[in-house]
Design a protein around this ligand. Structure first.
Ligand code: PMP
Length: 287
């Protein structure tokens, strides 16, 4: 069924939506994005995503194509027009089209950013069987650029990472730099040892996950111990549990790293509890 998508002020059937071949998102990956989950027709952590979008735009000196209030309105309109119960809203802002190809940024007074948004329907996404079995990951070198805190559309290496995982017969890849894990191809990475939740601290080396922020807050509220520090693949393989977080997978147990089973080889109690708390609290706060 054809979706209704949003492109620069218009709601259109997806077949009719168009962006210029000179758009800098297309030519130079000069764009940023957000993915917001929808559960029961409501947006999960919209404010967090809107705030990170504003930060990504400002780090790249890109103008905001709409206010947070306008963005909320468009998100809701897309949910309604596409009858989304559970799924995701994808939002992308690019620096727009100067009508030619040039490395220098165009004059922001003359070229306005492009805003594209579309829905992805995923009925029952919170009840995915993978949450019960857990996922398997391999490690790969992290060869991405140095500003991974900006959520840009430069996703070629993460896509290659997913393909490497697929070729190895597993679900995803954790990226490693200087002997320690940075993050998953599209998620933040965690281990649990002796009841303590361990995850890399925020820096320019990783994306500041909106789900990460919420999960760590809920963990602390539930008196669970959190330690923000680096960990290696060898330490992960010795851990009691491992898991990932992202807006579309919530909290997902990891049961194998580079062919070694983690703990019992089944999802552990800490990941299961965090997933439950995260889903409960997020549904309550959804707008
Ligand atoms: N790290 C990377 C590299 C990602 O692409 C994502 C998801 N876009 C995340 C972490 C998780 O971020 P969030 O919880 O905001 O989805």
């Amino acid at each position: 069924m054809s979706r209704i998508v949003y492109v620069n002020g218009e709601y259109l059937p997806e077949e009719e939506a168009k962006i210029s071949i000179f758009d800098r998102g297309f030519l130079m990956a000069d764009g940023v994005y957000e993915v917001t989950s929808v559960l029961d027709g409501k947006l999960i952590d919209f404010d967090g995503h809107a705030q990170r979008l504003a930060r990504s735009l400002s780090e790249l000196d890109m103008g905001a194509p709409a206010t947070p209030e306008e963005l909320l309105e468009i998100h809701r309109e897309l949910v309604a027009r596409n009858d989304i119960g559970d799924g995701m809203i994808y939002l992308q802002v690019t620096r727009g089209s100067a009508g030619d190809r040039d490395f220098a940024f165009p004059d922001p007074e003359k070229v306005t950013p492009s805003l594209v948004m579309f829905t992805q329907s995923k009925p029952g996404m919170a009840d995915t069987p993978a949450a019960k079995t857990g996922i398997k990951v391999i490690s790969i070198d992290d060869i991405r650029w140095g500003r991974r805190d900006i959520k840009t559309v430069q996703l070629l290496y993460p896509s290659m990472g997913k393909m490497m995982a697929k070729a190895a017969g597993v679900d995803d890849a954790w990226m490693v730099e200087d002997g320690v894990v940075t993050e998953g191809t599209s998620n933040n990475a965690y281990i649990v040892k002796g009841g303590k939740i361990i995850t890399r601290a925020l820096s320019n080396e990783i994306l500041h996950g909106i789900t990460r922020a919420a999960v760590l807050r809920f963990a602390q509220e539930a008196q669970m111990e959190v330690e923000e520090r680096n960990f290696s693949i060898a330490e992960a393989q010795e851990a009691d549990e491992a898991f990932i977080t992202s807006a579309s997978t919530f909290v997902m147990p990891v049961v194998e790293v580079d062919g070694t089973s983690i703990g019992s080889g089944a999802p552990g109690p800490v990941a299961a509890r965090l997933r439950e708390i995260y889903l409960d609290e997020s549904r309550k706060a959804a707008i």
